[in-house]
Design a binder for this molecule. Sequence first.
Ligand SMILES: C[C@@H](Nc1nc2c(c3cc(-c4cn[nH]c4)ccc13)C(=O)N=C/C2=C\CC1CC1)C(C)(C)C
Length: 326
Amino acid sequence: QERGAAVGVRRETDASGRTVVRQVKKGVRDFSFGRILGEGSYSSVYLATDRQTLKEYAIKVLEKRHIIKEKKIKYVNIEKDTLNRLTEHPGIVRLYYTFQDQNSLYYVLDLCSGGELLGVLKKTGTFDVECTRFYSAQILDAISYMHSRGVIHRDLKPENVLLDDQMNIKITDFGTAKLLQDPREARRQMERGILDPSRGDEDDDGRAASFVGTAEYVSPELLTHKNACKASDLWAFGCIVYQLLVGRPPFKAGSEYLTFQKIVHLEYEFPQGFPLAARDLVERLLVLDPSRRLTIEHIKNHEFFDGQAFGKTLWRTKAPRLRPYV
Ligand SMILES: C[C@@H](Nc1nc2c(c3cc(-c4cn[nH]c4)ccc13)C(=O)N=C/C2=C\CC1CC1)C(C)(C)C
């Protein structure tokens, strides 16, 4: 039974009339599929209902032929390994089980019926300070958990921050995550001489990891030295805090190339009336040198989060009503 596969149980009566309990793995037939919720480059996410429990899920469907043709097998494995590593945090979309049929792979996941944070932001235009504080605290708490499990997301953006039915966030889309080797495993491999430290960010099949995130949120180090670190997620976090209050990201130009130029030259400004504590926080996150960016602990203690609880309380308090920042 592959890890993370949940087994169903089916009671049957055998020839001699005895009840036999059989372990069965769930399959496509156990769900009734509804509308498409979202479409990625290599997948579609459907609304689905478990026929037995009537519980609603999101099921991500990946077409095997397309993945193989586009050489994205590594991407699929990274996403699944990442989801299997990030199993118990309210701010991360949870993978319940996986199965496959002739043509496709299926991931059964949390349903985030509030859709994308970006969609909600577009409706209100901007978030006021209270909403920005609450949602950025939840995003930060989820990033903190990811980093503690050795996962760098590398493509954080409002489209990848979903909302559940309680209007709490769930971070998603881990196909481009970077999994840090856990130190024990790394030492074992070093001892066995497998891990060549100079290999840096190469993929297993030797291709230099040429992945770059979404233009508006990509960090300068990813553009210049080609490798991401945990602080790269905090650069994206800084862009998201700015965007919640302003309604657009700090670095946006007519083309990707021009956006990259603005990033590496730190060309952005705060509109009139931007709240001072938020400005100080963003200025200490949008720093070109990743080693000089605020760390998660420093962010949690920053004046902008004064009075904001983190940890369990943050996920039990009711989400604030969404109000625009005027
Ligand atoms: C970002 C993603 N979009 C979405 N991914 C997921 C959704 C989701 C739900 C709505 C939605 C719900 N109600 N109205 C809209 C809109 C977009 C969604 C969900 O409920 N559960 C898990 C998801 C993803 C899990 C993935 C890590 C494996 C893309 C665009 C890539 C398909």
